[in-house]
Design a protein around this ligand. Sequence first.
Ligand code: HXC
Length: 510
Amino acid sequence: MEKEDLYSRFVERNKNAELGGGVSKIEKQHESGKMTARERIDTLLDKGTFVELDKLMVHRCSNFGMDKNKIPGDGVVSGYGKIDGRLVFVYAYDFTVYGGTLSATNSKKIVKVQELALKNGAPVIALNDSGGARIQEGVESLTGYASIFYQNTIASGVIPQISAILGPCAGGACYSPALTDFIFMVKEKSHMFVTGPDVVKTVTHEDVSKEELGGAYTHSSKSGVTHFLSNSEEEVLMGIRELLSFLPSNNMEDAPATISTDDIHREEESLNTVVPADPNIPYDIKDIIEPVVDDHYFFEVMPHFAKNAVIGFARLGGKSVGIVANQPAYLAGVLDIDASDKISRFIRFCDCFNIPLITFEDVPGFLPGCTQEHNGIIRHGAKIVYAYAEATVPKITLITRKAYGGAYIVMASKQTGSDVNLAYPNAEIAVMGAEGAVNILYRKADEETKKQAIEDYKENFANPYQAAELGYIDEIILPKQTRFKLIQALDMAHNKMQTNPPKKHGNMPL
Ligand code: HXC
């Protein structure tokens, strides 16, 4: 064959591969309001940077006459490219090919990208839209999942792993996203469940729609499986780009610093009045976080789940930080099981990837009640202490108001290894609130004595001074100084060197 013919044969095969399941399947994908795998990757990555791997790989199955329909690339588009000029690896299930189902070939393509990402220290992004295990391939498909899950686990804590659910994700297939660090979902377009509505109906007789069972809203507000709820695929893909801007490429690097034009000395007079004088009146902790961080910009994670805790990323003096906060505007900022899970997993993520932690604390305690106790608030709450205590990144805590009892201890108190502990002058650091304490200590006293005792308790205990006198609070600061004080503390701890004793891994209460 002439060289030109060889070249044109290649061009033809290449073009054909780019059509995936073909024009009609692409049209169907568009009709259902979804982009194709390649369109998603093009939107996600910096323009023109995508390098596709294994474009011509085909499945090896001959069951059910499958050998007559081998589509180049099979059901996955995979490779690498750049986001904001930084290397990332990506794979996208191609729903136009056998519903994006997982074949042995697809799993090999995915594992190749996962291994390359790990070896080269770059994030890996999975764009899911799949009918799950390819039935025709039987156990070959299931073992393909096992290989992917294995890689997810080995890469955990070494490179950031991000999943987007842009269509169906059912059965055991859900466990790959679940093993990654962050999950994005789209309203009404994406669904995740271990068993779908039909099986649910047969087994438990519950009638439930797929949206209610495993839609984006369900997983972002009820189950806590997903971290970001988006209105469209574009929003998901832009969200991934933004999230990555706060993260390093791997656990040996620091997150990229930006040059901040926001004055590090900026004082915010408004902060002096955010916390109400009456400790029983709520306020929004984001009214403290936002004015303090660079450009007032806070990138919140899991905003709809366990709203009594707030987590997310921001920058202080150009440096990426992880923010953990109690939210007095929701359930008075009390710690419960969901808040404990939300907080502790986030702390561990930040620690894996060298992102300093800033904790804004206003917590009345742990939520009482049989539901919480019987569902294990003890082991869930213990995760927060564990996560903070084992974290070796710089840890800075600011008590904005209440810090009571066990909740004071777990929220990055000095003795759990926090580097700098700050408090506002109105902070209340004590075993419990005045009324509760007096009711125990003066159970049999008359009302007048109790009233006086409450006043005395507030004066002597519901303040930051006992803790400051003992060195558990390093500095009491005025609210308007918060930004500069946090940046100073971060600067001080910039070269922090701390290692925990060598071990295979700890035994975190799960
Ligand atoms: C092979 C499949 C398939 C599957 C879909 N297809 N699922 N082929 N194995 N699991 C094919 C369809 O036959 C169809 O082929 C094409 O993909 C598109 O599917 P449609 O049904 O036409 O699309 P849609 O109406 O959008 O519905 C999509 C769907 C539905 C919701 C995903 O197809 C569905 O419910 N599929 C079964 C899902 C499932 O039960 N998977 C197994 C989960 S258990 P043609 O040729 O007509 O285009 C699992 C175990 C994993 O995955 C364990 C891991 C440890």
